[in-house]
Design a protein around this ligand. Structure first.
Ligand SMILES: *Cc1c(COP(=O)(O)O)cnc(C)c1O
Length: 354
């Protein structure tokens, strides 16, 4: 069903600014909103981007009943616009929503909201290498109440804006031996705001020590590598693409899944297993670990040049022939249409606005 649209009468679009990234971290002209009450989603609409009105007793503001997604639209070389792996993002959104005791969003409703918004704000999708339109679907608990309870009312919103990559230089990461991002039975596999809030202090401390990101380890012994900052982390060990197996402490990254799919397709051996800090240290030292990199929607592939372990820095040689860049080139090529979309990962954005 078509979503009712109230078009902005004051479009802020400045094509030149979009192209030159001056608007990074600025929303495009429109925002999608739906409301949940009496056990159903209703009042779907798209309107001009604007501040929300919420009461100070909005449950989500106190108890962090909140879930989000991060995905992207790309300008293809032929001028069309594609959105990457909507169905998989919709599925993960619902996994996160279930964990936070929130109502699921039907996948068709999620897809329609995302695709209609991108279609309407298509002129905000920048072209050029590594640029994209970042899409932020999220649900917040909106019931007005001071006592703790799971909310009965929610808002589902989708916004977005032009985006350029966050990480440009190879990263310096530090193995975290004190704080944890996720624990068994916890919320680490859900994309919920609380996980990020808890990660801020350890990240600031790592920044102060001269590192870009934290390399998270298991909550029990701080011995097994889990993720890097807000990305999944991968290694090449003796030519084997190695990454932590999915579980309740690992976020099921869509870039992770895409890279593994490509590796298997290309005959690169893949091992989904935990790597310990001791193994990491030994294998960087003996040269069998040749590459370490983060994978996520924001940066696609982010090379790691330095791993800090208990006060010692271990260096990895990042050069253009590294295998990690083959994944990055392939993903870029699929998204810009120069490489065939053999896995049906793209939705071409056309005809969603009625
Ligand atoms: C979003 C996220 C990722 C990356 O997932 P993508 O779907 O590839 O963007 C990895 N780890 C954490 C903790 C995340 O929140």
């Amino acid at each position: 069903m078509a979503i009712p649209i109230d078009r902005s009468t004051n479009p802020r679009l400045d094509a030149e600014a979009v192209a030159s990234f001056k608007l990074t971290n600025v929303s495009s002209d429109h925002l999608y909103i739906a409301e949940y009450a009496h056990k159903e989603w209703r009042k779907e609409r798209i309107g001009p981007y604007r501040p929300l009105q919420l009461t100070p007793l909005t449950l989500g503001l106190h108890y962090a009943q909140q879930v989000f997604e991060g995905m992207k639209a790309y300008k293809m070389l032929d001028g069309r616009i594609s959105v990457f792996r909507t169905a998989k993002h919709a599925q993960r959104f619902n996994t996160s929503l279930r964990r936070m005791a929130m109502p699921e969003v039907p996948p068709e409703m999620f897809a329609n909201a995302v695709h209609t918004l991108v279609d309407l704000d298509r002129d905000w999708v920048p072209s050029g290498p590594d640029s994209s339109y970042y899409i932020r679907p999220f649900v917040i608990a909106t019931e007005e109440r001071i006592g703790l309870k799971p909310s009965d009312e929610f808002m589902f919103l989708v916004g977005g804006g032009p985006f350029r990559p966050v990480y440009s230089k190879p990263l310096r990461v530090r193995v975290e031996r004190m704080y944890t991002r996720a624990s068994k039975g916890g919320t680490g596999y859900a994309k919920c705001g609380g996980n990020y809030a808890a990660a801020m202090l350890p990240t600031i401390l790592a920044n102060e020590a001269g590192y870009d990101q934290v390399l998270w380890t298991d909550a029990e012994k701080h011995e097994l590598i889990e993720e890097s900052g807000t990305m999944n982390v991968m290694f090449f060990i003796n030519g084997v693409l190695t990454t932590a197996p999915l579980g309740d402490t690992i976020l099921d990254g869509i870039t992770r899944d895409s890279v593994i799919t490509l590796a298997k397709e290309w005959g690169i051996p893949v091992d989904e297993r935990s790597v310990s800090v001791a193994e990491l240290q030994d294998r960087i030292a003996d040269g069998s670990l040749t590459e370490a990199f983060g994978v996520g929607t924001a940066a696609s592939v982010a090379p790691i040049a330095t791993v800090g372990i208990d006060g010692n820095d271990y260096q990895l040689d990042v050069h253009p022939e590294c295998a990690m860049f083959r994944f990055k080139r392939e993903l870029t090529g699929i998204r810009d249409g120069s490489i065939p979309d053999r896995h049906n990962w793209l939705t071409i954005i056309d005809g969603f606005v009625q």
